[in-house]
Design a protein around this ligand. Structure first.
Ligand SMILES: Nc1ncnc2c1ncn2[C@@H]1O[C@H](COP(=O)(O)OP(=O)(O)O)[C@@H](O)[C@H]1O
Ligand SMILES: [Mg+2]
Length: 364
């Protein structure tokens, strides 16, 4: 039986430049495990699409190698790579019916006529669209077209499916519905999915692993919980979710944690994945939902704060405060936990645990 840890795709030192000097993908090493759902997440221009295009075979790397099952893919044309693709710029063929669109990858692979009919019907059932094979793309809603594109990518039972922002054009409700459908298909079919998105919520909810891209490089690759709770760089902490930042200098290590001295003389205890040298600059990152107001003694870091503003958001309240010289320091309190005495100008204590305070690369 195939184990989840089996690596089916590997990028080795892959670089790509279009203009001869800017590396839009830079020294990329990446392993993709069989049956996993890997998201490539990052801002626009960070190299996600280029990475996926190189995997699909529509672009070649400038240097480095991409392997599947240990064999280089560089000389293998796209249709021989056994990958289904759902790309934004690879829309349905408008002059072909739905059935003809879905049959296209099968015909490319020279599948016999009677098998084509059976597989097209099965693919349409898989995406919950039976009985629309005779229609044309223009007669379908956006969501239906997207499902047909998905059926076309799945029809030849590929081992790997590549998707580039497949839900980008859909409205929120339909997008969330399709996210669930794609996740279900992934679980049911046991395929490997590589999924490009710039939407952090989408990446966190759908993926088994997330690779965060920035300027052609992977900043961090980890399970969604680690990406959010244990960001490895300031870029990841800022790009995903909200965070409060405090600048300081590492003072000394203690029991695997680090004491950090802030500009105002406050000492805080923070966690980091790698040893930090005394004297090095760092930026601390603390998520707003990890801040407690008037914390008990179980919390390592306790500092004075001045409440500036309360912002009501229905299910929670955001409290803006001045903390250690940061006047936009936010706590996020569940609505049931908000003390009615909290008001602007009140002097309080706030606190957070060392494990929720990440010492990352300096922002300043
Ligand atoms: N065909 C191309 N020719 C020249 N430059 C390109 C081409 N495709 C992408 N780029 C450039 O490469 C960089 C990365 O783009 P892309 O991989 O599309 O990023 P993303 O998908 O993360 O938005 C961008 O600066 C983009 O302008
Ligand atoms: Mg893109």
């Amino acid at each position: 039986m195939a184990s989840l840890a089996e690596e089916i795709i590997q990028f080795h030192g892959v670089e790509k430049t279009y203009d001869g000097h800017t590396k839009v993908v830079d020294s990329l090493d990446l392993c993709i495990e069989r049956g996993s759902f890997l998201s490539l997440l990052g801002p626009s221009g960070s190299g996600k699409t280029t990475t996926l295009m190189m995997l699909a075979g529509f672009e070649g790397p400038t240097s480095g190698d991409i392997r599947m099952h240990g064999r280089s893919l560089l000389d293998v044309p796209p249709y021989r790579r056994g990958m289904g693709v759902v790309f934004q710029n690879y829309a349905l063929f408008p002059h072909l019916s739905v059935a003809q669109n879905i049959a296209f990858p099968l015909q490319q692979r020279r599948v016999g006529k009677s098998d084509v009919a059976i597989q097209v019907r099965r693919a349409l059932e898989m995406v919950n669209l039976p009985n629309i094979g005779a229609r044309y793309p223009r007669q379908l809603s956006g969501g239906q077209q997207q499902r047909v594109a998905l059926a076309r990518a799945l029809v030849f039972e590929p081992e790997v499916v590549l998707m580039d922002e497949p839900l980008g054009a859909l409205d929120k409700q339909l997008r969330e519905h399709m996210q669930i459908e794609i996740k279900r298909l992934h679980q049911r079919l046991g395929i490997t999915i590589v999924y490009v998105t710039h939407d952090q919520g989408e990446a966190l909810t759908m993926s088994s692993r997330v690779a965060v891209f920035h300027e052609g490089k992977i900043q961090q690759i980890a399970v969604p919980e680690d990406i959010y709770e244990r960001p490895g760089t300031s870029f990841v902490a800022n790009f995903i979710g909200e965070n409060n930042r405090l600048d300081g200098v590492v003072d000394h290590g203690v029991d695997g944690d680090f004491v950090v001295l802030l500009g105002n003389g406050t000492r805080l205890t923070a966690s980091a994945d790698t040893p930090l040298a005394a004297g090095s600059k760092t930026t601390l990152s603390i998520r707003p939902e990890r801040i407690s107001i008037n914390p008990g003694s179980s919390v390592r870091n306790v500092v004075p704060a001045t409440v500036r503003e309360l912002i009501y958001l229905g299910d929670h309240v955001r409290v803006r405060m001045s903390v250690c010289g940061n006047h936009d320091f936010f706590a996020k309190l569940p609505i049931g936990n908000v003390d009615s005495s909290l008001r602007p100008e009140l002097e309080i204590l706030v606190g957070w645990k060392a494990e929720h305070c990440r010492a990352l690369d300096p922002m300043h």
